[in-house]
Design a protein. Sequence first.
Length: 223
Amino acid sequence: MLANNVANASTGGYKCDREFYSLYVAPEADSSPTSTMPVIQRPWTDFSPGLLSSTRNPLDLALSGKGFFAVDGPSGPLYTRNGSFRLAKGGQLTTADGYTVRSTDGTSLTLQGSGPIQIAADGTVTQDGVTVGQLQIADFTSTAGLVKQGSNYFQTADTSMVPLAAQGTSVEQGQLEASNAGTSESAVRLISVMRQFEMLQKAVSLGAEMNRQAVEQVAKVGS
C-alpha cells in the first residue's frame, strides 16, 4: 500500500490509501489489556483534495471542492479527479486512457474545429461562443461505496448508489489537481515498515537459536 502511494505521488488526482486499525485478541486472552495488540483490519481511501497547479492548458481541469468528473468506462460510468483531458480524432473530450467525458445529459462532449474553448466554473463548455454542453460533476452521499478501478478511477460498488450533482464545486480551467500522497511521508513510513520487518526477522532468528541451544543443552545433561 505504501509503495503504491509512493509510486503515484506524481499522478494527477490520485487518492492515497491508508490503513484502518482494530484490536486483535488472542483466543487464550483474558480480560487483561496486555492480551490485545493493534492489527490492520482493512485499507481505506483518503479523499482529501490535492494541491492545484496551473498548466495554462485549456483542456486541463481541476475541481475545487467535492465531486468527480464522470467518464464512460469499458463497463459503465467511472469517476475521477484527474482532469487531464484531450480531444480525440472525432472531437470527443476524453481522458488520457481514451474514456469519453460525460455531460449532464449522459452523452459525451463533442467539440468542433479548433476554436477556443472556455469552461465555466459550473462546468458549462462553450466553443466560439456556442454552448457545447455541461460537464457532469458527480458526488455521493458517502464515498465509502466507491472502489478503485486503477490508480485514478473509481466505480460504485453498489448499483443502488446514485450520483448526485456536486454542490458548491467549482471547475478550474487550466489547472490540475496533484496527488494527495505525500512523497516524504510515504517514503519515511515505507522505510519504517522495512526496519520493523528486519527487527522481527532478527527476533525470529534469535528465538530459533535459543531453541536450538536449549535442545543441545538438554541433550548434554541427559548424556
